[in-house]
Design a binder for this molecule. Sequence first.
Ligand code: ATP
Length: 222
Amino acid sequence: MNNIGLYGGTFNPIHYGHLRTAWEVKEAFNLASVVFIPAAIPPHKNPGQIENTHDRMEMIRLAVENRRGFELSHVELQRAGLSFTVDTVKYFQTIGAGKAKYYFIIGSDAFLEINTWKSFRELLSLISFIVMMRPDPDLKAIEGPFPMLHDFLCRKISKDFVFQSDQACYCHPDLMPVYVQKVTPLSISSTKIREMIREGRSARFLIPDAVENYIHTKGLYQ
Ligand code: ATP
């Protein structure tokens, strides 16, 4: 049984904040691979600001090619309409039944909005989440048993979550565990990359060279 990480996002564009933290989670959880899954029409973001689906996918392809253990999935791009994580997880659990155990990798900022996602309770009953603690001034207080996450889980999802320090996870009698993984703080965001490009500044060393070349060749984010 392989452990596989599913890493969903807009990836507009993919950057080293995504890649490095995915690598650290891969190592910590002994994952055979991490699958990057770009969202077609992310329900939480303004579609007008989202770069061409094909370009986002191509940039991920360039970022992960020749990197063993990183993969790209088109599943959400091929599905008509909005992308919902619950459907994506069911898809993978069907095709990988009996062969793979899946985890969903997510930044803490995104996880703290999970109660707005479609069928979030069902989703939390289907798959374990690995919540990466990401640099964010508002989340500085998070230490030890992660009070902000604890508060969120107990108040917005279920009061029956209990933190198990030996596994660094929140366990629940009916839902899958929610793991917490501290990752190297990398204050990189796609928003910042887009701003830099728009201002004519280089994003070198924040994104892979191949992604930077692609952005310039295609004239993205101008
Ligand atoms: P934007 O700035 O456009 O909102 P983003 O950089 O946050 O984009 P997304 O594609 O929206 O990137 O994020 C996908 C996932 O990656 C989310 O779970 C998010 O929390 C996580 N993530 C993004 N940047 C980092 C980072 N620097 N470190 C750790 N996790 C990150």
